[in-house]
Design a protein around this ligand. Sequence first.
Ligand code: ADP
Length: 246
Amino acid sequence: MESVILQCDEVTVDFDGFKAIQGMNLSLERGELRFLIGPNGAGKTTMLDVICGKVKPTAGKVVFSKTIDITRKKEHQIAELGIGRKFQTPSIFPTLTVYENLEIAMKQKRGVFAAMRARMRMEDHDRIEAQLEMIGLETKADWRAGGLSHGEKQWLEIGMMLLQEPEILLLDEPVAGMTDNETEKTGELLKQISRTQSIVVVEHDMEFVRNFASKVTVMHEGKLLKEGSMEDVQRDDRVAEVYLGK
Ligand code: ADP
């Protein structure tokens, strides 16, 4: 387990007596694209909330990069350590250009690491250009972000996250509402990102999961139901049962 970047041990979340998560374990390797699936109410989003510090578990432990216990850390501290969260609704600045949005994301990062302020100036433009290319928006740098398509807005937000150099990206249904073409491009983008960073994706689109997942974690009623390749998961009778609602 040399390359474990995130370890969640026996995480439990109790919302006023209702256990949304019960003793959940999740171990994520560096450079992994992991899909978290399960029926509605399984606890997937709550699990992302726990990892990014938005929800504090009632029991259990979350350890980042093997030694850093982040269970009780504040959301902004966890973000600064390198865990980025993207929600379904993009948090971009619609009246600013695509380029300006990326610039803001980079400055936010620099604010945190004030010591780095002196250098980077020359690199800034190149980094933004490289990011624009990666998210496929190099010809739209001067567009107002509000004028982008739904898919493009999602990619812009992913680009903004990447400029903050997270080690882990947590994504909540990134392809919801996208066209087939946009979905395919998003999958390719996530694959590319996962060469260097780790990603956890909560996803309902099973075709998307089938096409891009190497490892899938299935949750049900706040617990781990099954983990493995998509083939393993699809072959499991218990997984079929919870999806068919039996
Ligand atoms: P999923 O993402 O798998 O659909 P969630 O993590 O959103 O599931 O929710 C798991 C369960 O916890 C659901 O039954 C949901 O209603 C409940 N839940 C989520 N957030 C809260 C909250 N803040 N207060 C009370 N119950 C919640």
